[in-house]
Design a protein around this ligand. Structure first.
Ligand code: GLA
Ligand code: ZN
Length: 674
């Protein structure tokens, strides 16, 4: 449990009463009680109010906010306010503001804007965290700490440059080792002295955000900036821990956000929390994958759904309203995948600045007679009814899908072979194929234990880090099924090609080697032609983006290319290796191909779907002790009939016994306990 003071799915969200007068706050609290809201995230953006000048701290407003909320049993998620610095700080200490990608020194403005290597920022953010912890750690209302907010963005200032050199010295020890790793013999970029090294951005090695002359320099800068922000988090973490011994500490992450290596971050957090902002047309399996990824950061531990909008965002190009029932459905989707809280941004809409059109529990009209408030209240009642039932329940997945931020960076930065290869999309395509078969999958890091799973999929495993190939070999030899795709096994952790034939270190387990890689124009496609029916795989499928021209060196060839000069070369192979098998998918097959591939493999392994798949109906299971909780989520706009097979139990939301064929209303949810 995140904190047993509040043993239920926490319900509430970001609350900014500093924007309002005391009478408004009274009204808010009255309405929070109506909706069964029991947690407020406060103090997210109040640094300027708490520290109006360098030597003054004033906690009086925060004291009264916390007191008032606690009086009415609304618990506190206490933020440290360090996601933006006060104006006086930027004015007096220029090291606080960042230098941007174009090399421009930023002035005061925006948020998430402090240089992570600024001595001033570090000093004062730690000081603030420490004072907050000293003051509030024993407060009865406090249930969780929330450091900063949505860490992100990079800085290219001189302090960062200096810290980067220090980081590099630690990583490479000698300038010779750095030159080797960075491959600086290319274009005569040899460094003779650490002092010559500058950050890669638009005024040095990079352009357009992810184009670079030297992939390894750019890769290392991403690692370094992610680490720098993580140091800021850890400094505040330690400062809080000095005073607050047992309240858990988090910071809110952002799903597949590209800039930070969240698997590293997860290790430093007590509990993961994240902000979920799909748009109306985001595939719901993508949201499911994002939840699973956040759950994966701490090896399956439940996480906090820290933010979602009750109705609409403001920052998307088209900020559609969540249709009736959708807020509830998407909230339970989070819970289904491991969230132990349901929280919103925000509880009351602001009336000025850029978020005034962002949805909130309390809308501009100011009263409770709105659709949004009614839906929030209905969900609040249900969460009270669910009590502590689902808390801490876990997932037991047979499939692990590897996701790796460094691999993503390397792929984003690579020059060639195509601009159409998008790592996250590729991972999602495989996640989605299992998802549509009602096979639950975990999202795992390259460091995760593989033998927990029957099937491990590592789409586009371009970068193979030390030990990874051995781990795959041991997993497969022990009986596991491993699947990887085109453009895998190409480089090591420094983005240096493993010579001797692709897929490099994975060649042995896969029993193939790739000679060339063809990039297809957007208008082109090729074919995957099955030699004969194999499981569900049969006939011809379409493929595009990249085609690896591979040779078998022991693997069984199941399909070959249908056209072009490499017609007849293998495109799908399966290599028996020890007690298991390793599959190579040499191209980007269409949806029908992926669906048939997944079905073939799960059939072969005897893995059964949770229940028979129905289009648009999502099914996930959480387990606690001897109880199993089956979530059935109907994303369709019409009622769905779902056959529960031999599952029978009680729907916790209606208390009805259910079994056999059940009707799930449009956008409806069932949580079946057995
Ligand atoms: C992020 C931030 C919030 C708010 C919301 C709006 O998640 O953390 O402060 O800006 O976006 O969607
Ligand atoms: Zn900086």
């Amino acid at each position: 449990m995140i904190n047993d003071k509040l043993p239920k799915l926490w319900y509430g969200g970001d609350y900014n009463p500093e924007q309002w007068d005391a009478a408004t706050m009274e009204e808010d609290i009255r309405m929070f009680k109506l909706a069964n809201i029991d947690i407020a995230t406060v103090n997210v953006f109040s640094w300027a109010a708490i520290q109006p000048s360098e030597d003054t701290y004033d906690f009086s407003r925060l004291d009264s906010i916390i007191e008032r909320l606690t009086q009415d049993n609304i618990y506190i998620c206490l933020a440290t306010s360090t996601a933006h610095h006060p104006a006086w700080m930027a004015h007096r200490y220029p090291d606080v503001t960042r230098v941007d990608y174009e090399g421009r020194k930023r002035k005061f403005g925006g948020r998430h804007n402090s240089c992570p290597n600024s001595p001033t920022y570090r000093k004062y953010s730690v000081e603030l965290a420490s004072r907050l912890a000293e003051r509030y750690s024993s407060h009865e209302g406090l249930v969780v700490w929330h450091i900063s907010n949505e860490y992100g963005g990079y800085c290219y200032c001189d302090n960062c440059a200096e810290a980067f050199r220090g980081w590099l010295k630690e990583r490479y020890q000698t300038i010779e080792a750095l030159n080797k790793a960075w491959y600086t013999s290319f274009w005569g970029h040899t460094f003779y002295d650490w002092a010559e090294i500058v950050p890669p951005n638009a005024i040095s090695e990079e352009w357009a955000g992810n184009r670079t002359n030297f992939q390894t320099i750019s890769l290392d800068y991403r690692r370094f900036q992610s680490d720098s922000l993580l140091v800021c988090f850890k400094l505040e973490y330690d400062a809080i821990r000095q005073h607050s011994k047992d309240v858990q500490i988090t910071t809110n992450l952002m799903g597949t956000y590209p800039e930070l290596d969240y698997f590293k971050w997860g290790k430093a957090m007590d509990v993961v929390s994240w902000d979920n902002y799909p748009s109306l047309d985001t595939p719901f399996s993508f949201t499911a994958m994002s939840h699973a990824l956040m759950r994966g950061l701490k090896g399956g531990q439940p996480f906090m759904l820290m933010e979602q909008t009750p109705s609409q965002q403001n920052w998307q190009p088209y900020n559609s309203l969540k249709r009736p029932g959708v807020m509830r459905l998407w909230s339970y989707q989070g819970v289904a995948h491991g969230a132990d809280t349901v929280m919103f941004f925000q509880l009351r809409r602001s009336i000025g600045a850029c978020e005034k059109y962002h949805g909130a529990v309390i809308e501009h009209v100011g009263h409770e007679h709105t659709r949004v408030f009614r839906e929030v209240t209905e969900l609040g009642n249900e969460l009270v009814k669910l009590g502590d039932e689902l808390l801490d329940s876990r997932h037991q997945s047979k499939v692990g899908i590897v996701y790796d931020w460094e691999n993503r960076w390397a792929l984003d930065l690579t020059s060639g072979p195509t601009i159409d290869l998008k790592y996250v999309d590729q991972v999602h395509r495989y996640y989605d194929a299992f998802f549509k078969h009602n096979i639950q999958a975990d999202m795992i890091s390259v460091e995760e234990q593989f033998d927990k799973y029957e099937i491990v999929v590592a789409p586009v495993m371009y970068m193979v880090k030390p030990g990874f190939a051995e781990k795959v070999e041991a997993f497969v030899a022990g009986g596991g099924t491993f699947i990887t795709t085109f453009f895998s096994g190409i480089v090591n952790e420094n983005d240096i090609v493993t010579i001797g034939g692709y897929p490099g270190e994975l060649r042995k387990v896969l029993g193939i080697w790739a000679e060339e890689i063809d990039a297809l124009l957007p208008s082109q496609s090729n074919e995957i032609v099955m030699n004969e029916q194999y499981g569900k795989l049969n006939g011809t499928y379409s493929c595009n983006i990249l085609c690896d021209l591979i040779h078998s060196e022991g693997a069984e060839v199941l399909a070959t290319y249908g056209t072009d000069f490499y017609k007849g070369m293998p495109t799908l192979t399966r290599n028996a290796f020890g007690k298991g098998d390793a599959w190579y998918v040499a191209t980007n097959g269409d949806d029908a191909f992926l669906s048939d591939l997944v079905e073939t493999i799960i059939d072969q392994r005897g893995i059964k779907p949770l229940v028979e798949p129905v289009a648009g109906v999502e099914v996930t299971e959480r387990v606690k002790g001897e109880h199993r909780y089956l979530f059935v989520l109907n994303h369709n706009a019409e009622e769905a009939k779902v056959n529960l097979g031999d599952i029978a139990g009680v729907d916790l939301l209606t208390d009805r016994e259910v079994s056999g064929e059940v009707q799930v209303p449009q956008k409806g949810v069932m949580i079946i306990k057995r």
